[in-house]
Write a protein that binds this ligand. Structure first.
Ligand code: CMP
Length: 140
């Protein structure tokens, strides 16, 4: 079941020069990168992307962080990619993330947690189209 997912390499990872290491882990896992760009989120874009978290206790922290610097957005494609990327990223809370996962290796805490990935096909479809037009996605 070939799927697409959206990933974000968050501002903490960009500031800490970890873009290359994270992309390398995707490539080593044979995740196909179909689209990629660098963007700086504003509050409006953050609210669109994190719609389901509006009003939650951590929302302001989350948006302040996500708008604090530039980030990398990419579309990855592969067999069962949504689950495989989430597994590679590890638990949202890095202190609970499995050894060898991206968050265990690079993340600081639940807010500064280095990467985002879509959690299901419906979310993936929504999130991909927040950041990319169809013409920007090289569907090979
Ligand atoms: P992400 O995968 O980008 O999607 C939602 C984000 O909300 C999540 O990663 C975390 O960075 C953040 N988040 C979730 N729960 C908490 C929490 N309890 N405290 C702070 N941030 C959180």
């Amino acid at each position: 079941n070939t799927e697409k997912t959206l990933i974000l390499i968050k501002p903490d990872a960009v500031k800490n020069s970890q873009i290359g290491k994270i992309l390398e882990m995707y490539e080593k896992n044979n995740f196909n990168i179909l689209a990629m760009k660098m963007i700086w989120m504003n509050e409006k874009l953050a609210a669109k992307h994190y719609e389901e978290h509006i009003g939650k206790e951590f929302y302001t922290r989350l948006v302040d962080f996500m708008t604090s610097g530039r980030l990398v957005a990419a579309v990855l494609q592969g067999e069962d990619i949504i689950n495989r990327v989430r597994k590679l990223h590890g638990c949202t809370d890095p202190s609970k993330a499995e050894a060898g996962t991206i968050r265990q290796l690079f993340a600081t805490d639940k807010t500064h947690n280095v990467v985002h990935a879509s959690d299901c096909p419906e979310t993936a479809n929504k999130e991909i189209h927040i950041f990319f037009s169809e013409a920007e996605i090289f569907d090979n």
